[in-house]
Design a protein around this ligand. Structure first.
Ligand SMILES: [Zn+2]
Length: 201
């Protein structure tokens, strides 16, 4: 493991808890992560020898749901790090929100990572937008995958694979939009109709 380029430490000279640049050092340790090396205080420039120890992260079982699927994986936490329901976390490239925690066989609102059996979470970086599309004599339900902060606009044309459809109005929890735009994660349902394509040959 490579030594970090900086560490937040209490300076032995000025007493401030500030970032210290690592001049040289190495990481070791078996049950803990031990750093030993030479650092420089960003406040007073004092150079000092330090040894720091922190517990190794632990792997907590994690069940992530998205759309109709759920996937078992795991996430690393510091042993004493508190995990709470509603908290948002990064899982690789995706963003998740904690929906439930089981600790020592019981559902809890929060617990230190070391006492957690399983964390349940859902992906919040992508959402499924319901889109009812009128195709002349019938209305067909579609679903459009979108980033949570992606916006849909009245009049916009949405690609549905075989068809393209124009958005007529958008219903959210509080209102129905007939003009303007709204974030994907606020949409309850969009309504529109298929756009006839002109093909020139
Ligand atoms: Zn200092």
């Amino acid at each position: 493991m490579a030594a970090p380029s900086a560490l937040v430490l209490k300076c032995p000279r000025c007493g401030e808890v500030v970032p210290h640049r690592v001049l040289r050092g190495k990481i070791g340790g078996k049950d803990e992560i031990v750093f030993g090396g030479v650092v420089r205080c960003s406040k007073c420039d004092a150079i000092s020898n330090v040894v720091t120890r922190e517990p190794k992260p632990i792997s907590v079982p994690l069940v992530v749901s998205w759309l109709d699927r759920s996937e078992k994986t795991s996430l690393e936490f510091a042993p004493d790090e508190d995990v709470t329901v509603g908290e948002e976390l990064d899982l690789g490239d995706t963003r998740i929100s904690v929906t439930a925690i089981e600790s020592q066989g019981r559902r809890v609102d929060g617990a230190p990572a070391k006492s957690i059996d399983t964390v349940w979470a859902k992906r919040i970086d992508q959402v499924r937008v319901k889109f009812s599309v009128n195709k002349g004599n019938r209305t067909v339900p579609h679903e459009v995958l979108a980033a949570a902060d992606e916006e849909f606009e009245i009049g916009e044309i949405v690609d549905l694979g075989r068809d393209r459809a124009v958005v007529h109005h958008i219903r959210t929890e509080r209102r129905t939009l007939r003009q303007g735009r709204v974030r994907a994660d606020e949409i309850v349902r969009m309504y529109g109709r298929v756009v006839r394509e002109r093909t020139s040959r």
